[in-house]
Design a protein around this ligand. Structure first.
Ligand code: ADP
Ligand code: MG
Length: 355
């Protein structure tokens, strides 16, 4: 009876999951993968679809101005654009404002400034309303614009910013961003793990297609609004997929919160980091692969721990209750029961430390 009591004590069972999780989360932190809650680590290994944002996730998110085509004086175009962009925090805005300050162009006061979600922005300068943004914004304003003018640039992965009034297009600027180091190999590794990778971006369709082709993503959803990113996640979930979202922007936050595992770039916006379960330091895309592996290893560790937590009990309890007594005269001495009990905790903890 004493032997049964001692060996049945389930303390290793209580240690099995938490010790593995603590080691997993700690290992993650050492590798620049900050995990907010344990549940995230438990879901990540089941993920079969990953949605990635483009700007700031696949690309560095520090674009620079590479082409300008203008109907008005070029300096005037840049000056108006940078005055508007001065009020925005978007990576595109930084590209334009720093180009303007390089050219020592002055900014003008802007009133009635408004962000047009997923498209651009608007503001009033000298009593005139200006809009700056993508082709969708041009279309929304019903302005005539020869799209072929920008297509030769978007084909090369550059992003257009069109400046317009309510009546006409004044010109456009193209900005170009670099791929992140390791983006291509990370996507390859995810594919090899059998995970579907989809790129969702608010950027131009051609620009997105080009960037996607560089890193080997075959599924692209472009020109989306923040709400669309959210519905892509919801749709995949409705089809019984376990979805992770990787992003950095304000526009990614709803999707990050909805996905089974939200992964934010540490270089991204506070809202994105707040909405995600995992944050990757330095915005390193390669760490997505590491995080998935870490989750797999941790979950294997938990399963092994559960084995070690039960195996002593499974063998010990029947022994202690005298299963072998009638034939072999064997009983379990309480001393050995105590030893087995301790060994089961030791096995669990040492196994966790192997992660
Ligand atoms: P993403 O980060 O995926 O590009 P956003 O929703 O932030 O998505 O932006 C979508 C698109 O709207 C951009 O690609 C750009 O064309 C346009 N846009 C957004 N913000 C600005 C801005 N401040 N100035 C000009 N265009 C902008
Ligand atoms: Mg982004």
């Amino acid at each position: 009876f004493v032997s049964i009591l001692v060996i049945a004590c389930p303390c290793a069972l209580g240690l099995a999951t938490p010790t593995a999780i603590i080691v997993g989360v700690g290992k993650g932190a050492k590798n620049g993968i900050l995990i907010k809650d344990a549940a995230t680590l438990e879901h990540l290994y089941k993920v079969d679809s990953i949605i990635v944002d483009k700007t700031g996730t696949i690309t560095v998110g520090k674009p620079s101005v590479v082409n300008i085509e203008s109907e008005i004086k070029e300096d005037e175009l840049i000056s108006i654009l940078s005055s508007l962009e001065n009020k925005s925090e978007h990576p595109i805005a930084k590209a334009i404002t720093s180009y303007a300050s390089l050219k020592r162009l002055e900014t003008m006061p802007v009133s009635n400034f408004e962000i047009i979600k997923g498209m651009g922005l608007k503001g009033v300068i000298d009593n005139k309303i200006y809009y700056a943004g993508n082709i969708t914004l041009v279309k929304q304003n019903n302005l005539s614009f020869d799209v072929s003018k920008i297509e030769k640039y978007t084909k090369e992965g550059k992003t257009p910013i069109v400046l317009m009034t309510e009546k006409e297009v004044l010109g456009f600027v193209m900005v170009s961003d670099e791929l992140k180091e390791g983006a291509k190999e990370s996507i390859e590794k995810l594919h090899r793990m059998g995970i579907k990778v989809i790129m969702a971006t608010g950027d131009d369709k051609r620009t997105a297609d080009y960037i996607a082709s560089l890193v080997g993503i075959d599924q692209v959803v472009a020109e989306v609004l923040p709400a669309d990113k959210l519905s892509i996640v919801k749709k995949l979930q409705a089809d019984k997929h376990i979805v992770a979202m990787v992003g950095d922007g304000v526009n990614d936050a709803p999707a990050l919160a909805q996905s089974n595992v939200g992964i934010a770039m540490g270089t991204g916006t506070d809202v994105a980091i707040e909405s995600a379960g995992i944050t990757l330091l330095h915005g390193d895309i390669r760490k997505v692969v590491k995080a998935v592996s870490l989750s797999k290893i941790t979950m294997t560790g938990i399963k092994q721990n559960l084995f070690w937590a039960f195996i002593y009990n499974i063998i010990g309890i029947p022994l202690a209750s005298g299963l072998l007594y009638p034939i072999f005269g064997l009983l379990l001495n309480p001393i050995f029961a105590g030893l087995a009990m301790a060994m089961s905790s030791v096995s669990v903890v040492s196994n966790s430390l192997r992660i």
